[in-house]
Design a protein around this ligand. Sequence first.
Ligand code: PLP
Length: 369
Amino acid sequence: MKIPLVDLQAEYAECDAEVRRAVEEVLTSRQFIGGPAVAEFESELADYCQCRHAIAVGTGSDAVLLALMAVGVGEGDEVITTPFTFFATAGSIARLGAKPVFVDIEPDTFNIDAAKVEAAVTERTKAILPVHLFGQCAEMNEITHLAEKRSLAVVEDAAQAIGATQRGHRAGSFGKIGSLSFYPTKNLNTVGEGGAVLTSDDRLAERCRQLRNHGETSRYHHAMIGGNFRLDTLKAAVLRVKLQNLDRLTDARRRHASAYGELLADCHVSCPVVRDYNESVFHQYSVLVDDRDGLKERLSDEGIGAGVYYPVPLHRQECFTYLGYRQGDFPVAEFTADRILSIPVHPFLTDEQIQLVAKEIRLFFDTKT
Ligand SMILES: Cc1ncc(COP(=O)(O)O)c(C=O)c1O
């Protein structure tokens, strides 16, 4: 039996007719940019994320970039973020001529350690960019209080956490502005690339809409330099269909995660920890294992997909050598990068498949001891 890490075949099988109908409607309308599908998707998404505005863009990376541009991050600014995330988080900071300043992560949630952020603030700090990794929100109380105290913007990278809550509030709604990705492997995904910026600040929303369209304020008049960050209408139409299924699919992910928690108890892996004030959407179910590469190979031999997110923390990336960080600067991120392994938690797993994954993990340790 093959158990993939992501199962788009199953995901599209259950909404195939609706997706085809939505695509057909856009094709018939001949409106491929903007139009009602984009506007309606933005309004539904904003409601879902408990924000006043959602601005749909071409990719999740553009969403981070646009959010940073909107709060005015630029040349010479510093932005505090985590070294344990997808490249786009810090890449977007650097693309704007600003400096990513890393702060180590918590050993159990893998999110930025909020208690260590204040020590990294300088007079150049413009923003704090927490990432809600693997579907669980970073500790936002501490971060938003600090940001208020030091007049900093909070930009949330919620690419992996749509629908996740902390103390009842949804990911992307804590800071001044947030970003989402709709890449095909994300919990909410589309037929290709996609992303969105979230904010409840009317002025920032307007700025994002202008920046998304080359900074255009009225036709062919440009008050700022932006880019073409628009989301295609076709993708928005598909996202409207898929947003309706998201809660049900998230529930399935949560059930699978809870099953793994029981099946892998007392085993030689550390299961993910979810804080009692958080509800994770389990974008990934990521365990820590000493012999990570051995276990990954064993699972692969058995037809079970597993992924390493992320093997190299960002302060160790070649392109960031100029920042001057060294091995040992962020020991928790480094320890985690050597041991992390994500196992299948997608919504279409059967009970039998979950049991099989857990059994193979247990067998791996039995044969080692
Ligand atoms: C944490 C994080 N930030 C940003 C991105 C960028 O999104 P995209 O791949 O849609 O550009 C991703 C997606 O891979 C991500 O996981």
